[in-house]
Design a binder for this molecule. Structure first.
Ligand SMILES: [Fe+2]
Length: 494
């Protein structure tokens, strides 16, 4: 009898457990999925972060944040940040919350979701800037995949980057996250890049495939994928196809441009860049953008690029920009220092031991270096040998990464030194190899004193102005395009 009771009890327990597990899995299936989670720069990099995520059903927008040092596996000690910034975007719900009272130089753990319904994402992490002059970051470009498999392959490149530079404090992605800008592609992107987007701070850059007005137009897509802020553009229709913004990190200032913002770029964005850069007394000044001004890819001779070069090169010289990180052309390219659209020919170099490694530094060079880290993805282009003058002559190193691997770049900033290393992750073996290296040592006592005066404005705050600006810019663009290319075409005939 005792034996029978034990058997009966075992059966009852098994049945109960089986039903219980079924009930649990049903509950899990009913749980609303939280997806596309990102943590981005939004305001002061020492104290503030923007969070964005999606659900397919309505939920509130809450973020719980706790210092990682105090994280015990629960969020019992977390501070909850909430917002009513939840809106429908392409049949799904976009949520944005900004936390702006964080502590500098602190590692945080967070989750996003809905506190009242107790629906949460997995735990993510990020660190805030401690404000000192030592930090490092990762840069990739043009994931631009259009299948689940290709997003997965591109994510291997970023995994290689994190493995190479685990102390990286943020990741810059230079635009063209997707190819056809569909909901499905964005889901694939965020699924495969979740390991990074949820575990560092991202600095996103708008690419033309991410909602450009003449290419895969779906308005407000980029703006709705990330929680970014720029007071200059908060009420501006430029939000339809991208966002421009800036942030300080350590002793550097980063201006992230929106190269979808009309052609050759609205005067209001150019004005913003001038005011933004001149307001900063950072030791290093970096510009981050999608369309490249110097490269040897297939887009370099196109009208939009040529016209953008005409307006931006002069500004970069005036603003004393040290480095420009760009994408769009899916080839690796690094220029010599350039100024006035010419190679700076008096650069000297010094080799020093830096942390056990012999590094050759460009010694306080004049001018700006432009770098494209090819593509993290699998859509790789060949070298365009016919880039308009003087882009070919300005090239210090270029490489088509076709049939080779995905490319990523690491940047280490250490006081008066910047060291950039570029790597490939082999398609077949996943082995990581260094393909290029460039370093600068700068005299930080020399700072420019450029005061902008009487900046013109075409602030496109309403749609009529915006259309009028586009027409004016297109006419100007065609004129300049002919003026630049016609002489070269004639020259090529003889
Ligand atoms: Fe592009």
């Amino acid at each position: 009898m005792k034996k029978f009771s034990k058997k009966l009890l075992a059966v009852v327990l098994c049945v109960t457990l089986a039903f219980g597990m079924t009930a649990m899995s049903t509950a899990a299936e009913d749980t609303i999925e939280i997806k596309r989670v990102s943590c981005t720069f939004n305001g002061d990099s020492q104290t503030s972060r923007g969070f964005c995520w999606y659900t397919e059903e309505y939920t509130d927008a809450d973020v719980q944040i706790v210092k990682t040092a105090d994280f015990d596996g629960t969020f019992a000690n977390a501070v909850t940040y909430s917002s009513d910034n939840v809106y429908t975007h392409r049949d799904q719900f976009c949520h944005k919350v900004t936390a702006s009272d964080l502590e500098a130089g602190t590692a945080y753990t967070y989750r996003v979701g809905d506190k009242s319904e107790n629906i949460w994402s997995d735990a993510g992490t990020f660190v805030t800037d401690d404000g000192d002059d030592q930090f490092s970051f990762i840069t990739i470009a043009d994931v631009q995949a259009s299948s689940d498999e290709n997003f997965m392959e591109a994510s291997e490149t970023l995994k290689g980057a994190v493995e190479t530079l685990p102390e990286s404090e943020f990741t810059i992605t230079l635009g063209d996250y997707v190819n056809d800008n569909t909901n499905e592609e964005w889901d694939w992107y965020f699924k495969h890049f979740e390991f990074s987007n949820m575990n560092t701070t991202s600095a996103p850059v708008a690419g033309n495939h991410d909602g450009n007005i003449t290419n895969k137009l779906n308005i407000n897509v980029f703006n709705s994928m990330f929680n970014l802020s720029n007071e200059d553009t908060d009420s501006n229709v430029n939000w339809v196809n991208g966002v421009y913004y800036s942030y300080d990190y350590g002793n550097a200032h980063f201006a992230v441009l929106n190269t979808n913002d009309m052609y050759p770029m609205t005067q209001s964005q150019r004005n913003w860049l001038v005011n933004d850069m001149t307001a900063s007394d950072a030791d290093w000044k970096f510009v981050v953008m999608h369309r490249a001004l110097y490269s040897q890819g297939k887009n370099i001779n196109k009208p939009d690029t040529i016209i953008m070069r005409n307006v931006l090169i002069e500004l970069f010289d005036e603003l004393d920009i040290d480095l420009v990180y760009a994408g769009h052309d899916h080839v690796y390219y690094r220029s010599h220092p350039v100024k006035g659209d010419e190679v700076v020919d008096n650069v000297t170099y010094v080799t020093e031991n830096y942390k056990g490694e012999e590094i050759t530094f460009a010694n306080n060079p004049d001018g700006t270096v432009h770098i494209l880290p090819s593509t993290a993805g699998t859509k790789r282009y060949g070298i365009n040998e016919d880039a308009i003058d003087p882009i070919g002559e300005a090239c210090a190193f270029h490489l088509s990464t076709r049939d080779m691997g995905g490319c990523f770049m690491t940047t280490v900033v250490d006081g008066d030194k910047v060291i950039i290393k570029s790597y490939l992750v082999d398609d077949e073996t996943q082995d990581i190899s260094l393909i290029d290296q460039y370093a600068i040592k700068k005299d930080l006592s020399q700072k420019i004193d450029f005061e902008p005066t009487d900046l013109p404005t075409d602030n496109a705050s309403n749609i009529d102005d915006y259309i009028s600006n586009i027409v004016t810019e297109i006419i100007g663009m065609l004129y300049s395009y002919i003026a630049v290319l016609l002489p070269q075409a004639i020259k090529g005939l003889f």
